[in-house]
Design a protein around this ligand. Structure first.
Ligand code: MSP
Length: 639
């Protein structure tokens, strides 16, 4: 039996909002998990959130919530995004859970009594000296200062010393170096391996393992005045999740005996490739087998950041393209491992080309011909068809090739090979021109061509299932296939489809999207009706318009164009997010009587709930809100 496989993503900071960077790693992990499961490997997939530390405490304070209430609220944004993307994780780890706290305390106890090879204590206490901002209640680095002052409080930080516990990293580095060099612990891609080895060469010092002044954290079991440094807390999640503290059988299966793969981007290399193995070695635990550090991507040339407001929300993409196409588009932007620039405006073109024109079209044209010419049943195969041998050979080797690609994290190659097969099949279809055979009454040959095309569709539905589980299930149901035959083994051979099986096609699997509806960064334009823009009077009547008075207005953090408004619509008070900040300051809009669409489903925009939409007139760059005279009361209905 092959070893079970344990796949992890980083646990994301809960004070951020999920964006496509987080989504990317998590989709890759989901893809790997699903792929290994298809090949009959037992796989376990864990993701989660990193919830301790001063930044979370600050964010909670700003939101006027207790730390845990803030975490409870924001963790849901991650869970919702992952659900929208059809991510099938087995366990969601929160560092504030009791399970994790107990596990961290257990590992800390273990480290506290551990000795290095030279018999020294792995943990020792010493003084940490740094610049401390009393306003922020934390140490800040020289780099963060602006004109020698804290950028938030504009005050000079004081030099302060506090007692800390340190982890004797230096004692473990020679062995870690050997393990990385020999690939016993594989750091991938090669460039990242060189980077870690380079870091080891720089004689890193020991690292501080606790903080006295950070209160929002897990207390050290041997000194309750100190809390565990965020990285000790965070990295331990990987063992908590499989039962380090409470489930020895599971821990043995997944951690000790399993193949452990950590996925992340290159930003957190030092912690994972050096701190984490050192901690595990000191605690006498197995090391991970592989760590894959993929590239970091920018959006339209800029680093994604809250302040720039250019983070692309995966939920917005899902709303526009659906979960499957979003997964496909994100996974195929550039090879896993390299840095790249995401240009959202290219998404529609790529969707139309790969999914609508190539894959979707193959399914539609083949199934339509089966419906019209073969009584809606899969015809019998026929071997004497020009080009069939080559097509079959390409189809039958796809499973093996994809497995090899996935094993080596060549995600875009695995997907690219499947799409190439689809293109080859479209070409085969065109070259054989089955519509001519209909006229000539050559039904055997016609059936053989259609059978072969259905077989390719079936094989592709298996190999692209880990990328687009929903759409591939839909395609499989077109061919009346269920999940029992959804295995890699079934993708290895042709002639699996049983002639006579019914097919059905209710709608195109990947409908085309109009190209001129260009997607802007992170906010794809909503789909428009294809041909008819005219509304029925009854349709217009469904829109409820009311006069509202703006009671309060403020900017939405990290979004230059948005204002968060509290409005009075007569019967109730509501919150609305409006994209008018470039035209109206909060002061200017306050007190205005505006017109609001009140019967829309609530939406979440940049993490803020919005229940309604303001009407505005727009000409060129000028935008003016539709207002009403002051004597019209809030709540008045506009008809
Ligand atoms: N909480 C730590 C991780 C602790 S794991 C023991 C952390 N969190 S994070 O929210 O900042 O997530 C960093 C990870 O998010 C990256 O390693 C990567 O997986 C993903 N990405 C965030 N932004 C990204 C890009 N712009 N591009 C690609 N991946 C990105 O660090």
């Amino acid at each position: 039996m092959p070893r079970p496989i344990y796949i992890t993503t980083p646990i994301y900071y809960v004070n951020d909002r999920p964006h496509i960077g987080h989504a990317y790693t998590t989709i890759v992990a989901d893809l790997l998990t699903r792929f290994y499961r298809l090949s009959d490997r037992d796989a376990y997939f864990v993701t989660g959130t990193d919830e301790h530390g001063s930044k979370v405490a600050e964010a909670a304070q700003q939101a006027g919530l207790s730390e845990i209430a803030f975490c409870d609220q924001t963790v849901e944004t991650f869970k919702t995004a992952w659900e929208n993307l059809s991510l099938s994780y087995d366990y969601f780890l929160r560092t504030t859970s009791n399970r994790h706290k107990q596990s961290v305390q257990k590992i800390l106890e273990k480290l506290h009594t551990a000795k290095t090879e030279n018999g020294e204590d792995v943990i020792y206490s010493d003084f940490y000296e740094g610049l401390y901002c009393t306003g922020c209640e934390k140490f800040i680095t020289e780099k963060e200062l602006v004109d020698g002052k804290c950028p938030h409080h504009k005050t000079k930080p004081e030099k302060l010393k506090e007692k800390n516990y340190f982890f004797r990293l230096s004692a473990f580095l020679p062995r870690i170096k050997e393990l990385i060099e020999s690939d016993e612990m594989q750091i991938l891609p090669e460039e990242r391996k060189r980077e870690v080895l380079g870091l080891i060469g720089q004689e890193l010092g020991d690292f501080s393992l606790s903080r006295e002044r950070v209160k929002w954290g897990i207390p050290l079991p041997f000194d309750k005045n100190q809390s565990a440094y965020v990285w000790i807390d965070a990295l331990s999640n990987y063992i908590t999740a499989v039962g380090y503290g409470d489930d020895p059988d599971s821990f043995d299966k997944w951690w000790t005996k399993g193949e452990v793969i950590h996925l992340m981007a290159k930003d957190i290399l030092k912690f994972h490739c050096l701190y984490w193995p050192a901690m595990l070695m000191a605690a006498g635990l197995e090391l991970p087998d592989k760590m894959f550090l993929h590239g970091f991507f920018t959006v339209d040339g800029d680093k994604m950041s809250k302040t720039l407001g250019n983070q692309i929300d995966p939920n917005e993409m899902v709303a526009f393209y659906g979960a499957d196409a979003t997964r496909y588009l994100l996974l195929t932007q550039f090879p896993l491992g390299v840095d790249g620039d995401v240009q959202a405006k290219r998404f529609i073109t790529q969707y139309n080309s790969d999914l609508a024109n190539d894959l979707g079209n193959l399914v539609s044209r083949v199934i339509k011909m089966v419906l019209v010419n073969c009584g809606g049943k899969i015809p019998a195969p026929h071997k004497e068809i020009e080009g069939l041998d080559a097509l079959m050979a390409q189809a039958e080797e796809l499973a093996e090739r994809s497995y090899a690609h996935i094993k080596h994290f060549r995600v875009t190659n695995a997907i690219g090979d499947a799409i190439s097969l689809v293109r080859a099949t479209n070409k085969f279809f065109n070259d054989r021109a089955p519509w001519k055979l209909v006229k000539e009454g050559k039904t055997d040959e016609l059936g053989g061509i259609l059978y072969a095309c259905c077989e390719v569709i079936r094989i592709v539905s298996i190999l692209l299932y880990p990328v687009m589980p929903g759409k591939m299930t839909e395609i499989r149901s077109v061919l009346s296939l269920d999940s029992a035959s959804l295995t890699l083994a079934n993708a290895r051979t042709f002639f699996e489809l049983v002639p006579g099986t019914k097919v059905k096609l209710d709608q195109p699997v990947f409908p085309r999207i109009k190209e001129e509806k260009e997607a802007k960064t992170g906010a794809p334009a909503p789909a428009e009706k294809e041909d008819d823009n005219l509304l029925d009077i009854s349709e217009f009547g469904k829109v409820e318009l009311r006069v509202a008075e703006v009671l309060k207005a403020e900017k939405v953090e990290g979004a230059d164009r948005l204002l968060k408004l509290q409005i009075d619509i007569g019967s109730e008070k509501r919150q609305v997010v409006a994209g008018v900040a470039e035209h109206y300051s909060p002061d200017k809009i306050m007190g205005m009587k505006v017109v609001v669409v009140t019967n829309l489903k609530p939406a979440t925009i940049r993490g803020v709930e919005s229940r309604g939409m303001l009407l505005a007139a727009k000409k060129g760059k000028k935008l003016t809100l539709v207002t009403v005279a002051d004597d019209i009361p809030a709540g008045a209905k506009i008809s």
